[in-house]
Ligand binder design. Structure first.
Ligand code: SF4
Ligand code: SF4
Ligand code: SF4
Length: 343
């Protein structure tokens, strides 16, 4: 079991020695029990760090934000930035390193193993607490322990754990500078792709009806894009690279507006957005589940991303985030590639 003091001591020592310029971890949140990302730069702040089942965020996202910030400021910091990384966060960092988004010596990975559990699914928990909000959550062996106004509630972790954690085979951050916790690589609490397999048992017509119904509800808030460490493009296909249209705008200027997908949240435009995003994530999505967690209208995006992940695995034997040195799926080909067009 992870000892929180080990995380705090590691962060404190790294900052005190000047080995890193900041540590990205988790602190107690301002929204109920959920932890929130913490950015600490002084050794004495290390005691603010927490580790519990609400450490959902994929902190690799903030490495991307830091890189953008440094580039904008034209800074080239001498020391790396440290990040507390679960298995899925570490896989995201590996993809970013594969894609040369930053260099290995610019990040210090404090790996934390999820061992026998993972993170909480707040929607599942709500069904167990009879409307009483929990004020804190903690790991305790195979259970999660919550404090509510009714007192302490202990639930088997499997009943309230996020689906992605139930299906996770790599809860151990293989890429790390230092790692805390046991290596439980290959762990299976549920069969991989179990939810996708259940979904695909339906007929094509049922599946199409399912996705049309869900995509119609998408409000195009782009929270799924904002939270994803892999969606780092400065210019996204859904954003108009344009200027305001005024009375002075000429017809030619209007015609030349670059706008691949209309902003209106209609079903057809939403489908185009989600299909484009899924394609851009093929072989890159590490199944951290963050896009689905933050969706305000509960669109099951994980099914879509899992479909691409399973295709990559079955067709090409490719595992996103497994190895920095290996080629990225979308930037390489093999002579025995099953697609005729590539030869
Ligand atoms: S998906 Fe795996 S690595 Fe990520 S939080 Fe869940 S158990 Fe941990
Ligand atoms: S977070 Fe949900 S509602 Fe917002 S754009 Fe993504 S799928 Fe649509
Ligand atoms: S697409 Fe979703 S699950 Fe995949 S890496 Fe991005 S946020 Fe995580």
């Amino acid at each position: 079991m992870i000892n929180l003091q080990d995380i705090r001591d590691t962060a404190r020592d790294l900052l005190a020695s000047g080995e890193v310029r900041a540590v990205i971890g988790f602190r107690s949140g301002s929204r109920g029990m959920a932890a929130e990302p913490a950015f600490i730069t002084r050794p004495e702040e290390a005691d603010e760090l927490v580790w519990d089942p609400t450490c959902f965020h994929n902190l690799a996202l903030y490495l991307v934000e830091d890189r953008k910030f440094q580039a904008h400021a034209r800074a080239n910091p001498a020391a790396p930035i440290a990040v507390v990384a679960k298995g899925c966060d570490a896989r995201a960092i590996v993809v970013l390193l594969q894609e040369h988004y930053f260099k290995r010596d610019q990040v210090y990975i404090i790996g934390v193993s999820c061992e026998g559990s993972g993170v909480l699914d707040e929607r599942k928990l709500a069904g167990h607490l009879n409307g009483f909000p929990a004020t804190s959550a903690a790991f305790d062996g195979d259970d999660f322990v919550f404090v509510t106004a009714q007192g302490e509630q202990r639930l088997p972790a499997r009943e309230v754990m996020a689906e992605r954690c139930l299906e996770c085979r790599e809860p151990y951050p293989r890429e790390h500078n230092v790692v805390l916790g046991e290596n439980r690589s290959g762990r299976e609490l549920a069969l991989p792709f179990a939810a996708l397999t259940r979904f695909e048992a339906q007929s094509p017509a049922e599946r199409w009806e399912f996705w049309q119904r869900h995509f119609e509800r998408c409000i195009r808030c782009y929270a799924c894009r904002s939270v994803c460490p892999m969606c780092f493009c400065d210019e996204c296909v859904v954003d108009s690279i344009t200027y305001p249209v005024t009375a002075e705008t000429t017809a030619e200027e209007k015609a030349n507006r670059v706008r691949w997908i209309e902003r209106s949240a209609t079903r057809s435009e939403n489908i185009t957005y989600h299909m484009t995003r899924a394609m851009h994530l093929a072989g890159r999505c590490v199944d951290c589940g963050e896009c689905e967690r933050v969706c305000p209208v509960n669109i099951p995006l994980r099914l879509l991303n899992n479909k691409m992940e399973r295709e990559a695995r079955e067709r090409f034997g490719y595992e996103p985030g497994a190895s920095i040195g290996g080629p990225s799926l979308v930037a390489s080909f093999r002579d025995d590639d099953p697609g005729q067009f590539i030869r």
